[in-house]
Design a protein around this ligand. Structure first.
Ligand code: NAP
Ligand code: G4F
Length: 342
């Protein structure tokens, strides 16, 4: 699945094509921007806020990306970004994406993560006019939509039963994407992505919280890791693999929806065990405390995806397994701490 570097710039798959990415400052936005640039695309990104501290990170990691100020709740800003970039492909990754936060800010989450998708779709429809069939759209749907799972493993046809304001908002965006495909013939695809992580994962998410704490404990900089539900299970993959799936969806003749997952589920306990093992600590219980503060009003207990459609149609398969992912994240945190970065 790696790019053929023998291709000259003019024969790269993205040569002469332009992509616009919302959520460019996030984990996936950065990996996707790198992927699209390597494929020869002209890449534009939407950045929110008057002085977004993550703008600098984008400028440093992917300096060739052209940035536009915009917000998913502000249609005119999206229209301006579309008009300035005139994209062939739009990747809508922007969202309030932290599930726990969505209970505290349900209305805001609905406005951004839910209605923001409609605002983007409508802006695209207004911008493209009679050329709408020439633009391709990707929506970042989520396994959180399966919530109280009605089938194991979860696939594209599994009944959705979201358990958080975030999940409900994602369901709205998911069905709006399907509706624009069916109503206007838009090439609009939805990737139902299961959890994917990396050294760039935000520190509020459990994988990164664990890997950074383990690195700090190993270096004597921290003595405790406080977590919530240790029994929840997730199907965790590597973000670098998952952005490749997004791109592949938009290269198909027909738009469609795809589950992207590894098919393997692990508990938070497994995550903690692998991370501590990696730095040579076997009795991790002495460092870990559970606090109800990190429990959720309604939990998604077990997620595990069936990505056989993605394998069959897109030729996509995950390349990084869970153990390697956790070790990669611990190593990156160790390296950054030793370099005095944080
Ligand atoms: P992330 O790191 O939290 O990034 C979210 C991005 O959305 C950030 O760039 C953020 O920008 C932007 N954003 C927030 N509010 C916005 C607004 N009002 N207008 C425009 N942009 C806004 O998330 P991620 O892990 O990269 O995930 C990318 C997308 O995939 C999200 O939609 C997420 O819900 C979805 N998803 C993620 C996973 C996963 O496991 N990572 C799984 C399934 C689906 P700021 O810099 O301004 O905050
Ligand atoms: O890492 P998490 O916060 O991710 P969660 O809720 O699964 O959401 C992520 O994946 C979704 C895909 O399914 C995305 F759509 C979403 O945007 C986001 O990227 O929590 C994972 C599990 C939960 O069951 C949580 O209860 O870890 C459990 N957990 C236990 N202790 C904790 C903690 N989660 C966090 N964040 N912090 C803890 O201390």
């Amino acid at each position: 699945m790696s790019l053929d570097t023998s291709l000259s710039p003019a024969t790269l798959p993205g040569a002469g094509r332009t992509a616009l990415v919302t959520g460019i400052t996030g984990q996936d936005g950065l990996y996707l921007a790198e992927l699209l640039l390597a494929k020869g695309y002209e890449v534009h990104g939407v950045v929110r806020g008057q002085n977004n501290p993550r703008r600098e990170l984008v400028e440093e990691l992917v300096p060739d990306v052209q940035l536009h100020t915009g917000d998913l709740t502000d249609m005119s800003s999206l229209l301006r970004a579309l008009s300035a970039s005139n994209p062939d492909e739009v990747y809508n990754l922007g969202a309030i994406s932290f599930v726990a936060y969505s209970w505290e800010n349900a209305a805001l989450t609905s406005d951004v993560t839910g209605k923001g998708v409609l605002t983007m779709l409508e802006a695209l429809r207004l911008h493209a006019g009679s050329d709408l069939d020439k633009v391709r759209f990707y929506q970042a749907s989520s396994s959180e939509m399966f919530g109280k799972v009605q089938e194991v493993p979860q696939r594209e046809t599994t009944l959705l039963w979201p358990r958080s304001p975030y999940g409900v908002s994602k369901v709205f965006g998911h069905y709006m994407t399907i509706n624009y495909r069916e109503s206007y013939g838009m090439h609009a695809s939805s990737g139902i992505l299961f959890n994917h992580e990396s050294p760039r994962r935000g520190e509020e998410f459990v994988t990164r919280k664990v890997t950074k704490a383990v690195a700090k404990i190993h270096l004597g900089l921290q003595d405790e890791l406080v977590l919530g539900n240790l029994d929840a299970q997730r199907d965790w993959g590597y973000a670098g693999d998952y952005v490749e799936a997004m791109w592949r969806m938009l290269q198909q003749d027909e738009a469609d929806d795809y589950v992207i997952a590894t098919g393997v589920s692990h508990s938070i306990r497994d995550l903690v065990t692998i991370a501590f093992d990696h730095v040579g600590i076997s009795g991790w219980e002495q460092f870990v405390r559970q606090d109800p503060r990190f429990l959720r009003p309604a939990e998604v207990d077990t997620l595990v995806g069936d990505a056989s459609k993605a394998k069959r149609v897109l030729g996509w398969e995950p390349q990084v397994d869970f153990d390697s992912l956790v070790r990669m994240m611990v190593d990156a945190d160790l390296e950054a701490l030793k370099a005095g970065w944080k």
